[in-house]
Design a protein around this ligand. Structure first.
Ligand SMILES: *Cc1c(COP(=O)(O)O)cnc(C)c1O
Length: 473
């Protein structure tokens, strides 16, 4: 399997190459040169497989020659062996129409673990083959940071620098990052928003002085291996609900468009996905883009669902690319304009291509709280704020779908991660699961830097390990 850039200029890479890469050299994102397909019979034969085995089946065409089938199975078994639930991503029923897919049974209580536990192992596997060092630079709105740090803490040949917006993540989210005292882990709180942090990371991937000296890799969902890992649970859920004989719809609490893009990939691979419902909070650029074609970034308003407080959704570029007939030159021009003006209008062709599968809804804070209360009072389920936004959108859109299509809301975080917001809405204070341990007793370690690229780049340059053969600056 070869991977190409959405902007059409960078050299193609194999799976090992895209796993260790950040952005493509032309500023684009890597995507498979063609979507692999499973036949209906192949999908039917996946029913009932253990999660790790299903994961290996789904990942095989993407991994290509980079791992033997045997080694891939060992890695998925190891990655998903760390989850606290035997089903890894269990499905729970709310009512006759609605289900939630619990993606938060990993070590750091959000769905990011599903991809990052795998990515940490892939980094280690591929670095062992090369005598090289990797510097991970990431930006987090809260959950990627802890999941990535858990996946690489203490590993040889990898350092991680994780940027989060100062004061804009929950206490649990922050402590899950800052209390990991491993020599290869550095947390940096920056003054600014998640979008500011993400823009700095992207700029570093495009900064030749940095990339010549350091082997810089991505743990954000611009990294293809993350999205690949997330495709698996769409198959797992749909198979349990009767696919391939039955169509299934998914509602996805969305920020950077990585999770829902994995659902799009599942559909491209042959899974009968009836609809993907993109749920946003009041930071609604994606809802505006999908409903009116207006992809223009406003300022970010902090909310009780901080992992969705995003106005620039990196992975939307991957969908825009497919929706313009994979014309890298046209997309490059469109993205250059967006970078310059923060404003992009979808073409009619793009809007039509997206409307075939996607719909969207925006959820106000009061609707989020109401949905949390409904889930608790009517179904006995305590949901986190992100999941509640997804369920709000699922219930708002279910009427547009045939009545026999089940709607699965992705439960992206454990409610204990956002305990104050949950308590405000429901009166319930969900306890932290035992696996996170004595989080509030542990020492924290974190740098605090101004929100400028120069400050962050200088800090990383001073503290990171140069790659093999790099000249001292
Ligand atoms: C990251 C995250 C999201 C958004 O996912 P994207 O892939 O960025 O769209 C939603 N909910 C939670 C809890 C998250 O951590």
């Amino acid at each position: 399997m070869k991977y190409i850039s959405t902007r059409g200029q960078a050299p193609s890479l194999d799976f090992e190459g895209v796993t260790l890469a950040g952005l493509a050299a032309d500023g684009g994102l890597y995507v498979p040169e063609a979507w692999p397909q499973f036949t209906r019979d192949e999908i039917a034969a996946m029913a009932g497989l253990p999660y790790a085995e299903l994961a290996a089946r789904i990942m095989t065409p993407f991994v290509g020659e980079s791992l033997t089938p045997q080694r891939l199975r060992e890695l998925t078994a190891q990655a998903y062996g760390r989850f606290a639930h035997a089903a890894v991503t269990p499905l729970r029923q709310l009512d006759e129409r609605h289900w939630v897919l619990e993606l938060f049974h990993g070590p750091t209580l959000a769905f990011k673990d599903v991809a990052l536990q795998m990515l940490g192992l892939l980094f280690e596997e591929f670095l062992a083959r090369r005598d090289d060092h990797l510097t991970i630079v990431g930006a987090t709105s809260g959950d990627t940071g802890s999941a990535a740090i858990d996946a690489v803490a203490g590993r040889a040949k990898v350092d991680i620098f994780m940027l989060h917006p100062h004061g804009r993540v929950s206490d649990v989210q922050r402590r899950q990052m800052t209390t990991v005292i491993a020599p290869n882990v550095t947390n940096i709180a920056i003054d600014g928003s998640f979008d500011d942090a993400q823009a700095m990371v992207k700029r570093m991937f495009n900064d030749k002085a940095m990339t010549d000296r350091f082997g810089i890799a991505a743990v954000n969902s611009i990294n293809w291996a993350r999205l690949m890992s997330q495709v698996v649970y769409y198959f797992a859920a749909a198979l349990q609900l009767g696919a391939p004989a039955r169509e299934v719809a998914f509602a996805v609490p969305t920020g950077n468009f990585g999770d829902v893009f994995a659902g799009y990939v599942a559909a491209k691979m042959g899974l009968p996905v009836k609809r993907l419902i993109v749920a946003t909070n009041i930071n609604d650029i994606l809802h505006r883009a999908l409903s009116t074609g207006d992809y223009s970034a406003g300022t970010v308003t902090p909310t009780a669902a901080p992992s969705m407080d995003i106005q620039v959704s990196s992975n939307f570029e991957r969908l825009l690319f497919d929706a313009c007939g994979r014309d890298g030159a046209a997309l490059s021009a469109q993205m250059a304009q967006f970078d310059a003006t923060k404003d992009l209008q979808l073409t009619n062709a793009q809007r039509e291509a997206m409307a075939a599968l996607f719909t969207s809804a925006r959820c106000e804070p009061a609707q989020m709280a109401q949905t949390m209360r409904w889930a608790y009072e009517a179904c006995g389920e305590v949901l986190d704020p992100h999941t509640a936004i997804g369920l709000y959108a699922a219930r708002a859109q279910a009427g547009e779908l045939p009545a026999d299509v089940p709607v699965v809301t992705l439960a992206t975080a454990h409610p204990a991660k956002f305990v104050d917001a949950v308590e405000r809405a429901t009166g319930v204070r969900p306890p932290l699961p035992a696996r996170v341990g004595d989080l509030f007793e542990r020492e924290e370690r974190c740098e605090h830097l101004p929100g400028t690229y120069e400050a962050v780049a200088a800090y990383v340059a001073d503290h990171a390990t140069p790659k093999t053969g790099a000249k001292e600056a």
